[in-house]
Design a protein around this ligand. Structure first.
Ligand code: AMP
Ligand code: ZN
Length: 118
């Protein structure tokens, strides 16, 4: 379930410090270390799943849980309400998709513009 060489598995285990946003049995959420925008945090599954390309139907509940948490946590973290406000939900997948950490993660990025990227 856990990869001893994985950065995000180490963050979930508390072996590497992070600024926690939220935690439950299935997921962990923490602030991105290099934010692009006033709000930028990551939601990750507690199981080591390398990417969206590794997801199977058995992960449907987990992925649905992550997706439904994003709006709730975005509001709690200071994103402005839809439709004037909002946020980006981004899942980079693979090298050409811009994925650098190979433990599935959902970026939630928002707050007043301009942003550095996106
Ligand atoms: P990606 O390019 O989609 O794989 O995104 C990886 C993200 O992880 C980047 O936005 C990094 O800034 C972020 N990141 C890398 N190391 C850490 C860390 N130790 N704590 C929090 N975020 C991190
Ligand atoms: Zn991992």
């Amino acid at each position: 379930m856990h990869d001893p060489n994985c950065l995000f598995c180490k963050i979930i285990a508390g072996q590497i410090p992070s600024r926690k946003v939220y935690e439950d049995e299935q997921v962990f959420a923490f602030h991105d270390i290099h934010p692009w925008a006033p709000v930028h945090f990551l939601i990750v599954p507690k199981i080591h799943l390398a990417s969206m390309a590794s997801a199977t139907p058995e992960h449907a509940g987990l992925l649905g849980h992550m997706l439904l948490l994003a709006p709730k946590l975005a509001m709690e973290q200071g994103c402005n309400p839809y439709p004037e406000g909002g946020y980006s939900i981004v899942v980079n997948t693979g090298a050409e998709g811009g994925q650098e950490v190979h433990h599935l993660h959902m970026h939630v990025i928002g707050g007043p513009r301009p942003w550095l990227r996106g």
